[in-house]
Design a protein around this ligand. Structure first.
Ligand code: PAF
Length: 288
């Protein structure tokens, strides 16, 4: 496995690997898995998807400062580069691109990418500027990686939509692939931020997936009223004394417009809940 700190190093490794491995009959030659490190099973599943599809797999590890708000956890965001490199190696990653901030944001950089309305609702409303930071860094990573496919988790459902939109709008020739949410056996969606949870908070955080499952069960039983479905989720979470709900949303899966009255599928049921200083998100897609 090659580790690149600069764009030039990454490009050299990519070119050398492409020349060495002329693999035919695979849909994507180069796959990229963008991450902010502190890798867990969710990231590993993305690497495995990329490995199954692509001749060359690159992972990027970069804690992107511009997607954190002034009062968010950028400085204390968990980091463990040695462990991350070992995980990448074990997953058969070919190149890890782990740049310094100056490589991604050179002195004098002024250009940002903003994806419009999709970036302003839900997570965008709760975290102003967050998706501009994500869109800007992902555009740079796509441009640097020159990958045929980019792999992202469905856990960040809105992020996935924003990235699909920017790739389409900017005519970026990297296919955006969404991969399923990976959960702990007890239902908690994997996140690098789970390490912040106290044992009590973690126990109560199980209400998120329980609530989503309760709504899904109601949906399968034929409940279509948007408020009733949101209420199923809220009932589980609001019973937890340590939980502070940011939002529970049932929205059109294509536009993220909040749904009222009778719901036609598919709809995205998503939520953000705080436990102390830790903010967790989760979601489920309601399909017929
Ligand atoms: O999902 C993440 O880890 C980040 O938002 C991403 C896509 C790597 C951009 O920094």
């Amino acid at each position: 496995m090659q580790i690149a700190r600069t764009i030039a190093e990454y490009r050299a490794h990519r070119a050398a690997l492409l020349a060495a491995r002329a693999v035919e009959g695979r849909p994507g030659l180069v796959g990229v898995v963008p991450t902010m490190g502190y890798l867990h099973e969710g990231h590993r599943s993305l690497m495995r998807c990329a490995r199954a599809d692509c001749a060359i797999v690159a992972t990027t590890i970069f804690v992107n400062p511009t997607q954190f708000g002034p009062n968010e956890d950028f400085t204390r965001y968990p980091r463990d580069e040695a462990r991350d490199f070992a995980i990448c190696e074990a997953e058969g990653v070919d190149i890890v691109f782990a740049p310094r901030v100056e490589e991604m944001y050179p002195a004098g950089a002024e250009t940002t990418v903003s994806v419009g309305r999709l970036s302003t609702v839900l997570e965008g409303a709760a975290r102003p500027g967050h998706f501009d930071g994500v869109a800007t860094v992902v555009t740079k990573l796509f441009s640097i990686a020159q990958a045929d496919r980019g792999y992202f988790g469905q856990k960040d459902a809105q992020q996935l939509m924003v990235i699909r939109r920017l790739a389409e709008d900017l005519r970026i020739p990297t296919e955006v692939v969404g991969c399923p949410i990976i959960r702990e056996p007890d239902g908690l969606a994997l996140s690098s931020r789970n390490v912040y949870l106290s044992p009590e908070e973690r126990e109560q955080a199980l209400s998120l997936s329980r609530g989503l499952r309760a709504a899904e069960a109601a949906w399968q039983d034929g409940v279509r009223d948007a408020d009733s479905l949101r209420r199923r989720v809220l009932d589980e979470i609001e019973a937890q004394p340590l939980a502070n709900v940011d939002y529970v949303s049932l929205a059109n899966q294509g536009t993220l417009d909040e749904l009222r009255g009778a719901v036609g599928a598919p709809a995205l049921l998503s939520l953000a809940v705080r436990f102390g200083a830790t903010r967790l998100i989760d979601n489920i897609l309601l399909t017929p």
